[in-house]
Design a protein around this ligand. Structure first.
Ligand code: NAD
Ligand code: HSO
Ligand code: ZN
Length: 434
């Protein structure tokens, strides 16, 4: 991890200290992904099988799990089943509480306005599986889809599919599981194939091929909507001298182990804490099976010495991390100054892993600094909201003049006439009754 002293950096160097890998980093990534999407649109299932064999599993022979696969899913260890069920219960509680109550009111007498909420009909869930089978991502995507009552829930994940992914998918009411990963899976969800149902919206994180494919299909009217840019994992830890360096190191490593393109940042006003966290990182890293991956992520990560905690939050707000961990003596006052973060973890006993798996919050979060404007995944993302209005005759008489004046000002006579014709008809009725 590179070490820098924030106060001694020029503005350009400060920007550099918070730089990420570019979103479209690999040479020609957009063209490679466009080629894969075109292939899936032309060749359907045959393309999914060919690309799946090339990138994921040479033995791939079918896109849908067999009866044996579903039977194997029931055989996962009972402790794992229990952990999945406990996580589902917490995720369900937190997301069910996000249901909006129907809202209706009269904005003025006779003018009734409503806000209604309905599920998005067909959703596609992308569960990463290139480097680790993200069983927890099944829960984060499928539980809110189930609460929203989406009619069709198609899950794709690279082959070979881990039995626990199937177990979790079944437990959360997924309607179709497809063994496909990467850009080809996103293309199949967006446009459909012989085996994959076309969906309205695609959810889920992934590597740069997945993220770029989501971007491309979301820009095509014939494609599908997407949730957010949820790319390589990131964490920023704000820690002061009171923090436990072993805890801090473990949190940084938990995100560094995701992928070579993950990034972790430690911001502290204590050089002593930074030094002892570095010692801990070296010692914990040596024990990790995914040491090589974490090492590469650490090579593009930083520790930043700041003057005080106020400056630490400024640095964090400028970076806008996917995950923000606060381990200081002034946690609540630091939290109050946070302006941009996908999800925040407060206090020494709140490792980021709890949000990744089971506290109840969603782990699908905006990366690349998008947490300045994009929110963490929630129930609302699986729903569409629409408004309804209904006016009584009296309501139109009360509001008509206002609408006609505004239509007049815009020079839109047909708009004005649509009101005037009704008001005239009402007037005639009144006169005929006299
Ligand atoms: N932001 C979030 O909310 C969040 C949540 C969970 C995971 N993540 C991130 O998701 C990512 C998962 O990445 P992953 O790679 O493990 O799994 P993945 O499933 O996203 O990607 C694997 C797929 O990439 C494709 N691929 C690999 N090399 C390719 C190549 N050379 N050309 C074309 N396609 C290729 C293959 O089709 C393969 O199926 C990690 O970076 C992790 O940090 C983010
Ligand atoms: N930290 C990841 C999101 O960036 C989510 C995850 C899944 N499993 C473990 N972690
Ligand atoms: Zn994680």
């Amino acid at each position: 991890m590179q070490q820098v002293n924030w106060a001694k950096l020029s503005p350009a160097e400060q920007q550099q200290a918070l730089a990420r890998n570019p979103m479209v980093s690999a040479e020609g990534l957009a063209d490679v992904v466009a080629g894969i999407i075109a292939k899936v649109r032309e060749q359907g299932d045959a393309a999914l099988l060919e690309l799946g064999r090339q990138f994921d599993s040479a033995e791939l022979s079918a896109l849908t799990p067999s009866e044996d696969d579903w039977a194997a899913a029931e055989q996962i260890p009972s402790a794992l089943k229990a952990a999945i069920e406990q996580a589902i219960a917490n995720i369900r509680s937190f997301h069910a509480a996000q249901r909006l109550s129907p809202m209706a009111l009269e904005t003025q007498p006779g003018v009734r306005c409503e806000l209604r909420v309905e599920a998005i009909d067909k959703v596609g869930l992308y569960v990463p599986g290139g480097s680790a089978p993200l069983i927890s991502t099944v829960l984060m995507l499928a539980v809110p889809a189930q609460i929203a009552q989406c009619r069709q829930v198609v899950l794709t994940t690279p082959a070979p599919i881990d039995p626990a992914i199937l177990y979790a998918a079944k437990a959360c009411g997924v309607t179709q599981v497809i063994a496909a990963g990467g850009a080809q899976a996103v293309a199949a969800l967006a446009y459909g194939t012989e085996s994959v149902a076309k969906v309205d919206k695609i959810f889920g994180p992934g590597n740069r091929f997945v993220t770029e494919a989501k971007r491309q299909v979301s820009q095509d009217a014939a494609g599908a909507a997407i949730d957010m840019p949820a790319g390589p994992s990131e964490v920023l830890v704000i820690a002061d001298a009171s923090a436990n360096p072993a805890f801090v190191a473990s949190d940084l490593l938990s995100q560094a182990e995701h992928g070579e393109d993950s990034q972790v940042i430690l911001v502290s006003d204590s050089q002593t804490l930074i030094d002892s966290a570095q010692v801990e990182i070296a010692s914990q890293l040596s024990q990790l099976p995914r040491k090589a991956i974490a090492e590469q992520a650490l090579a593009q990560s930083r520790s930043i010495l700041v003057d005080d905690l106020a400056q630490a939050v400024q640095v964090s707000n400028a970076y806008a991390p996917e995950h923000l961990i606060i381990q200081t003596q002034l946690d609540q006052s630091v939290l109050a100054q946070v302006r941009a973060a996908g999800s925040v973890f407060v206090g020494p006993y709140t490792p980021e892993s709890v949000g990744d798996y089971a506290s109840g919050t969603n782990h699908v979060l905006p990366t690349y600094g998008f947490s300045k404007t994009v929110s963490s995944l929630s129930l609302a993302d699986f729903q569409r909201r629409f408004t309804v209005q209904s006016l009584s005759a009296q309501g139109l008489q009360n509001l008509g003049e206002c609408v006609m004046t505004l239509a007049d000002a815009e020079g839109l006579d047909a708009h004005k006439n649509a009101v005037a014709i009704r008001l005239a008809s009402l007037q005639q009725t009144v006169e005929s009754q006299l």
